[in-house]
Design a protein around this ligand. Sequence first.
Ligand code: ATP
Ligand code: MG
Length: 394
Amino acid sequence: MERVVLIKYGELTTKKGNRKFFVNTLYQNMQKKLKDDRVKISRDLSRMYLSFAEEDLDKILKKLNEIFGIHCYQVAYQINNEIETIQKQALEIMKEKTGTFKVETKRVNKNFPIPSLDFSRQIGGLILKNNPHLTVDVHHPDTTLMIEILDQVTYLYTDKVMGLGGYPVGVQAKGMLMLSGGIDSPVSGYLALKRGIQLEAVYFEAIPHTSIEARNKVITLTKKLTKYTDSIKLHIVPFTEIQEEIYKKCNPEYGITIMRRMMYRITEKLAKRNKALAIINGESIGQVASQTLASMSVINSVINMPVIRPVACFDKLEIIEIAKKIDTYETSILPYEDCCTIFVPKHPIIHPNEKECIWNEEKLDVENLVLQTVENTKTITIREQENNEFENLL
Ligand code: ATP
Ligand code: MG
């Protein structure tokens, strides 16, 4: 007797026209994720069937919990369609259960001689007779024993495990994630992946004002996100010169606003070069001076690309809850300085004026600074299953 994992797609089944594409993308993602395991995956438009080596099951289920597009799954016994075999297996499964139960039969194979309701009753009776400690409750049972009788095989299972949901990564185009070492941006990356968006990431550093430890922290965070997608390209932008120029030449009140306008310009360029169609970041409305609606509007106006802010309307506590769930929180709170936290003026402007920004930026050679910085950007590819060593980067 063999066990298989039955995998239901959930949300993607609602997208009728795209269904095949979604299923195929999920299939490829699963193949990649499980490439080192002894598994065989087959699919139809309603679910996937995964055969496995018994001793690998725990490892495989852990990986299934990291794949977007899986609504839920069950570990099912796959047996033949003979009544006696089904009875025997049903008793075997139910002898370990306690409390209340019910039996539900789905008879896809109409040649099977007993109608679904009758068969459920029969099996239920048999279970009761052999397990006097169990009782039937058809409304709120502790255990539901599902019997699915198909043309070739029958599946028996009791427990349903919820998956991550969302869409398979890759059903959307690419997004460029602005990834700092903070709490918000990795969470935003996770939420974007959940919508099926492929990610590349960009990190601005200002060495020697920021440290190699700060960069390694961002590499670690990127690696944590690769759990949900197989690899992420990380673009590391040398931002020191721009920050020093702003600090020397611009009105300090406008320092942060102008710095973020520069970040946006560079990110848009990198996004276009790498065929990303949107920018994703961890801005959250009202969190700091540069994230008031007034600030966001003045910062956003230097680019044309859509900016997606998955945590824009979340409370910090809600963001932290997700950060803990995806295991980025402990890394994010390591106390290394980010380029956003150096050269911070005493009174950053909360309602910046666009004209004032433009006037300040006239003191900088914006176009050249942006181009040069993009040219000097270094890119590394971070993969889930590799030890990533990037010591030779500088
Ligand atoms: P925190 O969780 O402490 O708020 P944060 O990452 O959200 O950290 P903010 O200063 O709030 O930092 O910046 C808002 C957003 O701007 C970030 O979420 C991130 O998307 C982007 N950002 C900030 N600093 C950087 C950086 N050094 N490199 C890339 N993106 C950055
Ligand atoms: Mg933030």
